[in-house]
Structure formats: C-alpha cells, structure tokens
Design a protein around this ligand. Sequence first.
Ligand SMILES: Nc1ncnc2c1ncn2[C@@H]1O[C@H](COP(=O)(O)OP(=O)(O)OP(=O)(O)O)[C@@H](O)[C@H]1O
Ligand code: SF4
Ligand SMILES: [Mg+2]
Length: 355
Amino acid sequence: MTTPPKTEEKPAPNGSGSDPFLSVRDLHIRFSTEDGIVKAVDGLSFDLERGQTLGIVGESGSGKSVTNLAVLGLHNPKSTEITGEIHLEGQELTGAKEKTLEKLRGNKMAMIFQDALTALSPYYTVGRQIAEPFIKHTGASKREGRQRAIEMLTKVGIPQPTLRVDDYPHQFSGGMRQRAMIAMALVCNPELLIADEPTTALDVTVQAQILDLLKDLQQEFGSAIILITHDLGVVANTADDLLVMYAGRAVERGSVKEILTEPQHPYTWGLLSSMPRLSSDVSEALHPIPGSPPSLLNPPSGCAFNPRCGFTGEVGGTRCGDERPALAPGRAAACHLGSEQKQTLFTEQIKPRLG
Ligand SMILES: Nc1ncnc2c1ncn2[C@@H]1O[C@H](COP(=O)(O)OP(=O)(O)OP(=O)(O)O)[C@@H](O)[C@H]1O
Ligand code: SF4
Ligand SMILES: [Mg+2]
C-alpha cells in the first residue's frame, strides 16, 4: 500500500511543555478491501492527560472505534496500514512489537468493547475471563483471581456474583454480558481506559451505576478515559473535553462546556439540533442532518461535510468543495466560515432551535 499524504492538521499543543499521557499525532488508518482502500482515519491528532475524560462523538462510521483499536494495537497488520504516532507516556505504540502491546493491554490500558459478544469467549466461564488478565499481570493465584472476579461482578451490579461467576457468557443476558465485559476491562485498574459505547445496552439506572464506577476508577487511580458515545447527555455529565469526528477527521475540539454551549462547526450544530431534548415540548421538531455520511472509499474533496452542509453559500465560491479546512490547535473547528460568521449564524439560526 502507498503511504498516505501528510495532512495540514498540526498537532494540538498541550500547553504544559511536558509530554501528555496519551498523544495521537497525524494518525492515518487505511484498510485494503476488495472494493479499494477505505480511508477510515485521515490525519487525526489529540491529547489526553491523566485524570481526564475525553468524549468522542460522531455519526456511525466516523472512525471512533477504529482509532481506539489502533491505540490498543488490535488491527490486523496484514490488511491495515497505520501511520502517524501514538505515544503512551512517551512510549511509541504505532508499530510496537506484539509482545510490548500485550504487556500493556488489560493492565496499563484496557477497552470496553462496543460489542460484548465478540469480546467474550463462549468457551470459558465469565469468572475465568475476568480473572485472566488479573492473574496474568499481578501474578495472583487462581483462587485470588476468582475472588477478584466476584468482587468485580459485584461492583458492576451482577446479582448473586458468587454463583454467576461460574456461568458461561450465553447464560448471561445481553446487559449482563456488557457488565461482565466492563468488569474485565476494569479488573487491573487500567491507567488508560477506552470505553466504546459502554452503556448502550443498559437501562438508565445501571447506566448511571457504570458511569459512577468509571468516575471512581478515575478518582482512585488518576486514570485517563476515552468515552465514545452517541449520547451527548452522557458526554455532558462525564467528559472534560470533546472531539467531534466526521469522516475520519476531527472537525471540532474543545471543552465539553464550550462545545455544548458555543459549538462552532456546522456538523456539530447538526448533531445538537438532531438530539431530542428532555426539557422541550414533545411537539418541537428535531432537525436531522440531511443526507448520510460519505463513503470512505472515495470521500468528497475539500471539506468532507460539504455535500450535507447548509452553509457553503456563506463561505462563497467553490472553496468548501475544493479546499480542506484545517483544525487549528486548541479550541477550534475545521471550517472555512470566519469566527464572526460562525458566531452570528449560531446565535441567529441554530441557538433558537436548541432551546
Ligand atoms: N476491518 C475493516 N475493514 C474495512 N473497513 C473497515 C474495517 N473496520 C472498520 N472499517 C470502516 O472504517 C470506518 C470507520 O469505522 P468505525 O468502526 O471506526 O466507525 P464508528 O465511528 O466506531 O461507528 P459506530 O458509531 O457505528 O460504531 C467505517 O466506514 C467502517 O466501515
Ligand atoms: S467548510 Fe464549508 S462545507 Fe465544511 S462545514 Fe464549513 S461551511 Fe460547511
Ligand atoms: Mg464504533
């Protein structure tokens, strides 16, 4: 495969002068498929510090899971080309040996996978699967491992954990499987936790319990958390910073407060306008984003959002279709609209919809 071009996106400064805990720089991920090359991630950069939670939002197929699987080194190297840099505490993970990554996975960094069924093996008991990383990374005995598995099942709210620890995954309900997988990810108190839609299959009370558990982990161990979700409500209550992704790129970055109160990118405006609001009148119309996300086999030229954007006329000419907007460092949105234009459009056209 050919090396993808470097993009214009510059690394975001962390402001402290020292290396961030996790630093992703100009990440490109491409898959070779029968239909061609899928450009799943296209020049992505972000930082995450210890004790902080970064929310990642974006429609289906925007590259959220693929990015985070790359951090854990879980892509098949035969069909995936990854370039750019991923540093965890200064250690380069892109191209690191499998042995190095294996040592870090489950221990220093762990992931709550989007799909609980694929993450749990049907052939081993739930307790054994939770205990395994604990035994492997701490040198604990099997008995201690089992005890730890029971403790973790209790923490994630599985009733009768001393009995259920010996069940196989098919004996658990979907929501229980998801909780077992969360227990597996948290068993070694990871310093970096990637939670990919961790609460989608759970009802609201269990969802709150799991989010509390993540907060406890963070408070006790200063863990850094990446929270991938479609639910902006979850992000609002849990994350510090937010990255909005579209077609494999970051289109807006800022603190959760900044993005939820003063979003700057037309795509983020679309996400917020299409979100149901608890406080609003049920008859109030939502404003879904027209069209659908682009094919990553052949993404649109210029700004990838241009075929769906209602503001290309404000930019004028053919700039939106010709020139890819860069994401500046710090609080920023990748859009050709000027900052005053963005502010006026948001205040006059978008804000009234958000109530
Ligand atoms: N192994 C693969 N081979 C080819 N294409 C892939 C592969 N894995 C993912 N993709 C493609 O990469 C793009 C990004 O996928 P990704 O799973 O990161 O989306 P996502 O943002 O997590 O979406 P969702 O919200 O639905 O989980 C999609 O177009 C997807 O089809
Ligand atoms: S650059 Fe143009 S197409 Fe892209 S979001 Fe901004 S106005 Fe819309
Ligand atoms: Mg995903």
